[in-house]
Design a protein around this ligand. Sequence first.
Ligand SMILES: [Fe+2]
Ligand SMILES: [Fe+2]
Length: 391
Amino acid sequence: MPGKVAKIGTFSDWIGLFNDWRKDIGVNTEDIDAFHFDTLYGAIDTEEIEFGHYKGRRKWENLRQIPTQQMRDALMNMIVYQGDTEFASVEQQRNLLENAPTEWDRRAITRVMIEEMRHGWQMCALLVDHFGYSGKVEAQKMLERRAFENKRLLGAFNVDVDNWMDFFTYTDFVDRDGKFQLQMLKYSAFAPLGRSMSYMLREEAFHMGTGNDGLRRIVEAGVIPGWLIQKYLNKWISSSYDLFGTDHSSSAHWAYVWGVKGRYDEPKNDKAPDLDDLNDYNRNLYRDEVSGLIERFNGSLKAGQPKLYAPNIKFNRAIGKWAGQKYHAQTGEPLDDRAYEEHMKEYMPSATDKKLLLEIIETEKKWIAEKTGARDPLSTIGEVRKSAINL
Ligand SMILES: [Fe+2]
Ligand SMILES: [Fe+2]
């Protein structure tokens, strides 16, 4: 938005906008209002740039040390995109606070929302503290876009997450894309960004755990049919594939060369990267992880239910070389127009499927197995933060 005027001068001004945003989107419940938000920095593995053209030199602590304006812009853009997804996810899930299946789940989603807000807060703290006037403008715009007005920067973050099947699938698989992105930024040559990641990653683990265990409880309960669960896996996992970005991306190429974003397995990968195919490389690592997790659900399936799987990497893609093409969700076989139309009905959730799902959730009390032996998510929320280094 060229010519946009920043209303904020300092980070405390930004906090004022953040408090308004919470009220505006309707998530300022008692638990959330009472939470004390903080900027948290943790340790990074090394002070030396880990890969790319500047490998071996000291990591940058501030903007002046970053060699070129192009690199500063690329870095700011990455922080903006990351922060945007954090606030977006709270907006997407905002209506679920009132209809949690159990009190444990209500407290778990409250914690997830608090931590996503903290992640957005952390990204905005970087923008305000390090990126000058344009950083302030971006931190302000971050609270002006809305997922439910289709204004968030990435497609998957404008879709409503308005039932608990969506919530668990989303936190298991979309938050897992988040983990991959954070891990790749943890190796960044911009040290304050790397240091922001360790606490965010620890918090992210709770979100993925909530999602993964929620899906296990659903599979174990055996009330929602396997074919319907599979449709939700197809929906959220295919859009998570897109979140890794286009194939042959030149911005991923330069982000690597400049040392600002590594490969997911960077420290243990001693092979030279294929700079032309970084996004797809990480996407495939993600798919391997997801496939393994789904394989574990299959162990809890009731007899006679079809095996669950991660959709083929070509299925339902909106970004990259498979975008807009027609492939089978399970096998990846190409399909013609008519066959594909039928296929989408069978493999993606339709309005009728959603109606059925909501009916099951409303009428079948045991649609999800109880959560047993777990500690209260809100009483343990502070534990990961105790060893935080606050700079
Ligand atoms: Fe997050
Ligand atoms: Fe998350």
